[in-house]
Design a protein around this ligand. Structure first.
Ligand code: 9D3
Length: 247
């Protein structure tokens, strides 16, 4: 999958893109991530990318000319790519969208800054607008990095066997079960007996029950959409009345 990132802060991405999984995927040719400095497409001496808003008011707006030139060039270079504007007005990013985007041949991620981009850019060149949540960021760069990291995990071969996508906590729509490692007793706190028992069927049942328990307590909203079987519903019914643990 090819991902083009258009930004006025290209160096923002240096360190996160050197992170192990994504970097290794690029080296192996599974991902082709290219960061572009929007200023390359400016024509004036001072390489200006913003201007004052018509109608007045505080803040600046990203000018249409460099964005049109840049996006048109990147679209021509990446046939079939989806052009995404990261913006507070977008659809809120979630795991179903991550899966959908994982199937696309290419993404062109446009990072907004200031108050936003000239509306004509959005109308003419943007396929989808995405927000990563209801809080205020300084610009689209952090959001673009969230898209890259989440979508990259969907590309076959990017995530190894041990850390398989199938086991991601959102896979069946439940939160993860608790995890323990050595020692078996730490400061008087013991690891649940079943995890030391070697009884793999019992361990699987315990993990499922704990995942259901965590979800019921911390994110009951997730249960409605979760992929639950008859056994899960029975466990939940039980947890609903008998849950007296205090974590
Ligand atoms: C404080 C300025 N706001 C006035 C109502 C509007 C505003 C403009 C630009 C708020 C944030 C931003 C910059 N944010 C993004 O470009 C952004 C973002 C976000 O702020 N939250 C969640 N997802 C995203 S994606 C891009």
């Amino acid at each position: 999958m090819r991902i083009d990132i258009l930004t006025i802060f290209p160096s923002f991405f240096d360190s996160p893109l050197r992170e192990s999984i994504i970097h290794r995927a690029c080296e192996r040719g599974l991902l082709d991530i290219r960061v572009h400095d929007l200023r390359v497409w400016t024509l004036d001496k001072h390489r200006v990318t913003d201007d004052a808003p018509y109608g007045g008011g505080a803040g600046m707006v990203m000018k249409p000319e460099p964005l049109f030139a840049a996006i048109e060039q990147l679209r021509a270079e990446s046939p079939g790519a989806t052009t995404v504007l990261l913006s507070p007005q977008g659809r809120v990013w979630n795991q179903p969208l991550v899966r959908e985007y994982g199937e696309r041949p290419g993404l062109i991620l446009v990072c907004g800054r200031y108050e936003g981009v000239d509306e004509r850019v959005r109308m003419a060149l943007i396929d989808e607008e995405i927000s990563i949540g209801d809080y205020v960021l300084a610009g689209g760069e952090t959001a673009a990095m969230v898209l890259v990291e989440t979508v990259a995990r969907q590309v076959p071969g990017v995530v190894g066997q041990a850390e398989s996508v199938e086991h991601d906590s959102f896979f069946s729509g439940l939160l993860d079960h608790p995890h323990y490692t050595r020692p078996p007793v730490f400061r008087g706190l013991a690891v649940p007996e079943v995890l030391l028992s070697g009884d793999h069927a019992a361990i699987t049942r315990w993990r499922r029950r704990e995942a259901l328990r965590q979800t019921l307590r911390k994110r009951p909203d997730l249960l409605a959409a979760a992929d639950l079987g008859a056994e899960d519903l029975k466990l939940l019914d039980h947890l609903g009345s008998a849950d007296d643990d205090d974590a």
